[in-house]
Design a protein. Structure first.
Length: 499
């Protein structure tokens, strides 16, 4: 049932250059922006040669997040989405930073893949521009990555994320803000090399309009307008004039752009190099600039989750279909999971939580996708696909949790994997795995017949299953499976008792 009361929703984008936050009110289907905050943190500049995030950079980020946290602290957790992008994907010491960052925000942070970032960027742009059946090329230059997407209406069709951004390119080729012709040419060539494998897919003949969606591209458009080099967003001719002007200066301090944000100057040359290389490689003549970006896409995702249009459910259905799973069997397992959770709700809060039910149902839907690769050890193949695939709507942590459930649905139960999960999942995942294992076990014969009205209870590490009188006597295979399951659980310090 759809909610009718006003909702406050918030999205935070922990980018490699800037941190952005947007707070919106949703009332009667309309969104109103209540607050928008942005701070130039330059996370990417804090990565050393070993891809470790420096303590100074971490502290700068945490100071910003404490300010953001004050604004969103009282908003319900389901109404907030916070994501980390390229730098947090890359940093080897990200886990330690995330613990402190989540304390500052009082909300969990999800690391998303480059492809998921591209999908969300497209959603933000599409919703800000409205419906349009024409194919669009959307480009977003971040601090550490650049995304390219082709789509129509609200549907992204082609997505790529390249490991280059305004911060990383500026640090590689324009050290200490020094500008010269040779370094700029090397920067452009580097960007062209990154784009080369995908240039054919994103070239001009494959779309009708080009749209830019980032601070770098907005800054370029603003400079072109102020200098009267373009009156229609970013044009190829205007960009060439900007490059000529850039190369006439020896240092970023010489750049004369009225009303230009001085904090953006150190990374401006890198952004221009990426834009110039893109215009050349993809044969772009003109690009308009949109206000919509990743954070607006996050808001749309939140609304989908709040109003029962979770993209993750669509993703699991598509993946199950792609790998030819037995969907009627998966649905019977899902029904059994629901039955077990219902019995556990009075004594266990996690059994009533929507996210627990969702992840168990997704695991039931995907636990056999590995059979399409090999029947032997199929649960490991299933888990690998889920953990490492580009799954729309899922964060890195979501995929790790789902893969952990799937990998542990049969045979040995690994508590080592569970310890790698973030809280609160680390605490409750063992219980969720046992629910999944029992549901799959009880449906092992793939029979359409109804299961008996069994009772189940969890007491610390002891699981009690009670079947109707004499039922197990008439189901010797189920009894044998439960005896085997009791041995597997015993090795993981759990006790399964059934009668």
């Amino acid at each position: 049932m759809q909610k009718t009361t006003p909702e406050i929703v918030a999205a935070v984008d922990l980018g490699s250059n800037s941190f952005h936050m947007i707070v919106c009110r949703l009332h009667e289907g309309k969104l109103t922006t209540l607050d928008s905050l942005k701070e130039m943190v330059r996370l990417a500049s804090g990565l050393d040669k070993n891809t470790m995030l420096s303590q100074d950079t971490q502290q700068r980020a945490l100071n910003c997040l404490e300010r953001f946290g004050q604004r969103i602290r009282a908003i319900p957790p389901d109404n907030v989405r916070i994501v980390g992008t390229n730098t947090l994907r890359t940093a080897k010491n990200v886990d330690d930073f995330l613990i402190k960052a989540e304390l500052a925000l009082n909300h969990p942070i999800h690391i998303i893949s480059g492809i998921e970032e591209a999908r969300l960027i497209y959603q933000g742009v599409a919703h800000s521009l409205g419906s349009n059946a024409q194919r669009r090329l959307v480009m977003d230059i971040g601090g550490g990555s650049t995304e390219y997407i082709i789509g129509a209406n609200n549907v992204p069709e082609e997505k790529e994320s390249l490991h280059m951004g305004c911060v990383s390119i500026s640090h590689l080729f324009f050290k200490q803000g020094v500008i010269n012709k040779d370094d700029f040419a090397r920067a452009v060539l580097f960007a062209e090399q990154q784009l080369e494998p995908f240039a054919k897919k994103f070239q001009r003949k494959n779309w009708h309009e080009a749209i830019g969606a980032s601070g770098s591209l907005r800054s370029i458009a603003k400079v072109l307008e102020v200098k009267n080099w373009s009156n229609n967003g970013i044009t190829k001719q205007g960009l060439e004039l900007l490059v000529d002007y850039l190369l006439s200066c020896k240092h970023i301090s010489e750049l004369n752009f009225p009303d230009f944000d001085p904090e953006r100057l150190p990374v401006f040359p890198g952004g221009v190099a990426i834009a110039y290389a893109t215009f050349k490689s993809l044969k772009i003549e003109q690009m308009t600039v949109s206000d919509g970006a990743l954070r607006e896409g996050l808001i749309q995702d939140i609304l989908g989750r709040l109003y029962h249009h979770d993209i993750r459910s669509e993703t699991t259905k598509m993946l199950a279909k792609r790998f030819h799973t037995d969907q009627p069997h998966a649905m019977r397992i899902q029904d059994t999971i629901t039955h077990i959770l219902t019995r556990l709700i009075p004594d266990h809060a996690w059994a009533s939580e929507e996210d627990s039910r969702q992840f168990l149902h997704w695991a039931a839907e995907l636990h056999e996708i590995g059979r399409d690769i090999a029947h032997s050890q199929y649960h490991k193949h299933s888990a690998y696909i889920v953990e490492h695939g580009d799954l729309a709507g899922f964060s890195r942590q979501d995929q790790l949790l789902l893969a952990t459930l799937i990998k542990n649905h049969r045979r040995k139960l690994s508590t080592t994997q569970i310890k790698k999960l973030p809280e609160p999942w680390q605490t409750k995942t063992s219980s969720l795995i046992i629910v999944l294992r029992l549901a799959i076990l009880l449906r092992r014969n793939r029979d359409e017949n109804e299961l008996p009205n069994l009772d189940i209870s969890f007491s610390k590490k002891k699981i009690h299953l009670n079947f109707p009188l004499l039922w197990l006597d008439q189901a010797p295979l189920t009894r044998a499976d439960l005896n085997q399951e009791a041995e597997y659980l015993k090795a993981a310090s759990f006790s399964l008792v059934f009668s």
